[in-house]
Design a binder for this molecule. Sequence first.
Ligand SMILES: N[C@@H](CCC(=O)N[C@@H](CS)C(=O)NCC(=O)O)C(=O)O
Length: 235
Amino acid sequence: MAQRPDIVLYTAATMNGWKPVIFLEECGIDYELVHIHFSNNEQKQDWYRELNPNGRIPTIVDRSNDDFAVFESGAILWYLAEKYDQFLPGNDKDRSRTLQWLMFQMAGVGPMMGQAMWFQRIAEPKGHRDDFAIDRYVRESRRLLEVLDGQLARGPFLVGAEYTIADMAMYPWARSHHWAKTPVDDLPNLQAWFARLDQRPAIARALSIPEAKPGFFGRGDEASAEADNASKFEL
Ligand SMILES: N[C@@H](CCC(=O)N[C@@H](CS)C(=O)NCC(=O)O)C(=O)O
């Protein structure tokens, strides 16, 4: 009988949800995927909150470590990087730099772009347009993406020559700038980094797991992507 994979991943096709998928696909690790459906509010059910008290995705459970559950996508990437000894540099300075950019994604880029998206792609289609909030979050998203562009002038990846969990965390968010209505065409280093990561087969695969969302990346029918997305969330 085939052995059950160590890692069970509970996720959905979102910017945070794709991060551990990218890691696992990059490593070629066998994992069990559980698609959490927002339309059924599965992420709020008691059994799921036992694993993730925040009631959001993603979460992993490591069967080989007493069914240890990890929530928060940055902590998940960090846990997986240590477990499999990949994508987190061994030398202490680069390790710290990786965690700095991971934190910058978790505390800055994700929350600001997430709010820019929420106000424009969920609240507004449901009839609540707030120009002050939109302006604030789009300008802050743009500022943070400029910080990234500056860092990427120094090397091909966020921590110089090495592709790390910081790139994996940042990519799904920065790449969704269209969904946040935050133009970045004039940021050349960011564009070059997109092109570099777009070419990675594991990333291309990951963005279709558990389903593809071309609308986030400015492709396909934007109006129906927006309506579909907004229908899954209450205000
Ligand atoms: N800081 C958390 C954020 C998780 C999060 O906000 N997940 C969203 C999808 S990107 C979610 O589960 N949304 C469902 C909901 O709001 O109920 C992380 O990085 O894991």
